[in-house]
Design a protein around this ligand. Structure first.
Ligand code: NAD
Length: 339
């Protein structure tokens, strides 16, 4: 069975039917599934053959406390280094389960079946597994690749519209970063078609994964190019910190539109390309006004624990399909939004 993509030598991404492929991808021996109650309810037959541990839903569950609960369950269940951990769910489940699997007994083997669009095109791919600390996003985590990621577009049919759209934000992000053809394709389709046409959806998912897989393949540890995948994320993380009205994907859409405006002000992006980015996000139904004042978001960026001694790595779109990472002081970043 040929994977669609390989990431480094250890991780393979498959696109296809989970019911068919999962039994072939799992190793012999004990498998423990980590999922949440909603996914468990929807996909019970798929998960029936395995032992299961449920975690809570939402960003408030993406914590070290949840990881510790998992460690305790693993001890109770007698999980050991021969056990294979399978995370089935959205980005919260794969982040928490990946972190727990990568650290329990110094690391168990694990695989992902992402069940949200955002999970398939972004969160499950690339080997970053993080949890939040005191509301600061992804402050503790590992770079550990899952053995496989299995993306089944059919699992997305039960996803609420808002969650589906959140994944589209990361697909648009991938297109702006490195795939002008994907961007043009998205401009030509209706949101409804993406939801109903599984072939179209599989192709779009595959194109977005390709962008991430190629970048991660060149810079697994985020020392340089991988930072491009953070387009729109500096402000998105500030939005998520200041307001719980927007999901991660929705905040990324706002962050992408704002940084495109800033890039036009700096003279590195043409107004025409900015307009295309804003129009595409708008046509997909994203609200592009930040939920709180920009001033407050910039204050939050200042407090961002991820700036390296006051320096941010800001991703600037240069044209559709190309971007660059520029090191800036927090002051310089604030200056981009002076108006
Ligand atoms: P999520 O994990 O919260 O899932 C959204 C909701 O959809 C949940 O309530 C879940 O129960 C439900 N759900 C999942 N699959 C479903 C299905 N098939 N049908 C119906 N409902 C379903 O949200 P998400 O958007 O998948 O992930 C967001 C998280 O991913 C954030 O914490 C973000 O930081 C993280 N993330 C991580 C990376 C990474 O590289 N590790 C990259 C991007 C995002």
């Amino acid at each position: 069975m040929e994977p669609a993509f390989n990431i480094s030598s250890v991780s393979a991404v498959y696109i296809g039917s989970a019911a068919e492929l999962l039994p072939r991808l799992l190793p012999q021996g004990r498998v423990v599934v980590i999922t949440d109650a909603a996914v468990d309810r929807l996909y019970r037959p798929l998960l029936a053959p395995y032992e299961k541990v449920l975690i809570g839903r939402g960003e408030s569950s993406k914590t070290l406390e949840t990881v510790q609960t998992l460690y305790r369950r693993f001890i109770e269940l007698g999980v050991d280094r021969r056990t294979f951990i399978l995370a089935v769910g959205g980005g919260i489940v794969t982040d928490v389960a990946g972190f727990a699997a990568a650290t329990y007994m110094r690391g168990l083997r694990f695989g992902f079946v992402p069940t949200t669009l955002l999970g398939q095109v972004d969160a499950s791919v690339g080997g970053k597994n993080g949890v939040n600390v005191d509301g600061y996003k992804n402050m503790a985590g590992t770079f550990t690749q899952p053995q496989f990621v299995l993306c089944d577009p059919a699992l997305l049919s039960t996803l609420p519209g808002r969650e589906f759209r959140a994944g589209l934000a990361e697909i648009v992000k991938a297109a702006v970063i490195a795939d002008a053809e994907l961007f043009a394709r998205l401009e030509g389709v209706m949101l409804g078609a993406l939801r109903t046409d599984t072939t179209l959806l599989s192709e779009v998912v595959a194109a977005a994964i390709r962008v991430k897989a190629e970048i991660v393949g060149r810079d697994e540890r985020e020392r340089g190019e991988r930072r491009k995948l953070n387009l729109g994320h500096t402000l998105a993380h500030a939005i998520e910190k200041c307001s719980d009205r927007m999901s991660h994907g929705e905040a990324v859409a706002v962050g992408t539109a704002l940084i495109a405006d800033a890039a036009v002000e700096m003279g590195v992006l043409s107004p025409a390309d900015r307009d295309r980015i804003v129009a595409l996000l708008g046509s997909l139904g994203f609200e592009l006004r930040p939920p709180v004042e920009l001033k407050r978001l910039l204050k939050e960026v200042e407090k961002d624990k991820k700036s390296e001694q006051g320096v941010l790595h800001v991703v600037l779109p240069l044209r559709i399909g190309d971007c660059e990472v520029r090191a800036m002081t927090v002051e310089e970043f604030r200056g981009l939004f002076a108006e």
